[in-house]
Write a protein that binds this ligand. Structure first.
Ligand code: ADP
Ligand code: ZN
Length: 354
């Protein structure tokens, strides 16, 4: 077990990495989390893990209630949040008590949002159970729900009291979900860790699963350093985390089939190709990234048109004054931020990178 401390201006909290869920009750005693604990989870995760968490909390003397939502993005709505708030109230949850988010990014976003507004905010414990949520959503304190016309349009910043990751929860995670988490892992290597990038390239795919603890630890440490410098995402430092995400989001808006990680994989390839064309990095980096994307069964091609992507890019909240700002790779572990790229550059390179 390893503890990573996230140190923010007003608060700090630990991430317990490699902590068994069966013993989680001990942490709730240690952190004085109140008497009542309300667990928010989804059907798939609940099937495997809610009993273990419940028993451990009850053995630690806590009163526990669980609310199970439907898995997937459609649950991230104000309506579901309202339903959960009603349940918290019926359970008699007060300001000294705690909400647990037990699940992937959807559950963590939803439960984080509920914890941040119920009684003007109560304490939250995150237990991310997907690779994506472990490497990405566990640090940063962002939460939110979707509106019918866009994702994450309502939300807050609310830091957890602590985060618990039991790596063994990844054993039940479907392969496609592992792959989408690997897209964010690859991103971390490219933006900040040559060591991680090279490890991913040189290690056999099957062997990589045996190193999830150190891989996740490396990714969290990278994200934590960035977030510590730019907590509220106002200084432009967090921008480096957007590598692959500018094009990635535009693809995501236009695709029904691809998940977030798959879109980010495509975004990383496309953005790296543009970086090669603009002379920021060598062609071999483009080839290496493509090789990694293939290795983890992520897509390298899309039939979405450049026109659609450009249209979405121009409406993206990251667009400043109609100009497209990109994070481009320079070499493994290093990127350049704030590079202005024209829509023509995207359109003219669209076929070539694929
Ligand atoms: P993310 O944004 O992290 O991918 P989701 O909450 O959409 O998050 O989770 C993806 C899918 O994986 C959902 O169907 C969820 O129920 C399921 N899931 C999450 N964690 C696990 C796990 N440890 N084992 C099996 N299925 C899981
Ligand atoms: Zn992402």
């Amino acid at each position: 077990m390893k503890i990573i401390e996230v140190c923010l201006k007003r608060e700090k909290y630990p991430i317990y990495l490699g902590y068994p869920l069966e013993e989680i009750g001990q942490l709730f005693i240690k952190h004085e989390c109140g008497n009542k604990i309300f667990i928010i989870t989804d059907e798939n995760v609940s099937r495997f893990y809610s009993n273990a968490v419940r028993h451990s909390l009850e053995n630690a003397g806590k009163k526990v209630d669980i609310c199970v939502v439907k898995p997937g993005e459609p649950s991230k709505t104000i309506k579901t949040a309202y339903h959960l708030i009603e349940k918290c109230s019926q359970f008699g949850l007060d300001r000294t008590d705690t909400i647990i988010a037990l699940g992937g990014g959807v559950v963590c976003d939803l439960a984080g949002f509920v914890a941040s507004i119920y009684l003007r905010g109560i304490s939250l414990v995150s237990i991310p159970t997907t690779l994506l949520a472990q490497v990405d959503a566990s640090v940063g304190g962002k939460n939110g729900v979707n509106l019918p016309w866009g994702k994450n349009l309502v939300g807050t910043f609310h830091q957890p009291s602590f985060v618990v990751m039991d790596i063994s929860t990844l054993k039940t995670l479907p392969e496609r979900e592992i792959s989408q988490g690997m897209a964010e892992v690859i991103k971390c290597g490219i933006i900040r860790s040559k060591k991680l990038f090279q490890f991913l390239l040189s290690t056999d795919k099957k062997e990589i699963k045996n190193h999830f603890d150190s891989i996740i630890s490396e990714c969290i440490t990278i994200k934590k350093r960035v977030v510590e410098m730019d907590e509220k995402d106002t200084k432009g430092i967090r921008e480096i985390l957007n590598f692959g995400h500018t094009i990635g989001h535009a693809i995501e808006i236009n695709s029904r089939k691809l998940n977030h990680g798959e879109c980010v994989a495509l975004g990383m390839i496309c953005e790296t190709f543009i970086a090669v064309q603009k002379g920021f990095c060598c062609y071999c980096l483009f080839e290496n990234i493509k090789e990694l994307v293939k290795k983890f069964n992520l897509p390298t091609k899309t039939n979405i048109s450049s026109q659609k992507v450009v249209h979405s890019l121009l409406f993206d909240k990251k667009t400043k004054g109609g100009k497209l700002r990109f994070v481009l790779p320079v070499k493994p572990g290093a990127v350049k931020t704030g590079v202005e790229i024209s829509t023509n550059d995207i359109i003219s390179n669209w076929e070539k990178w694929q």
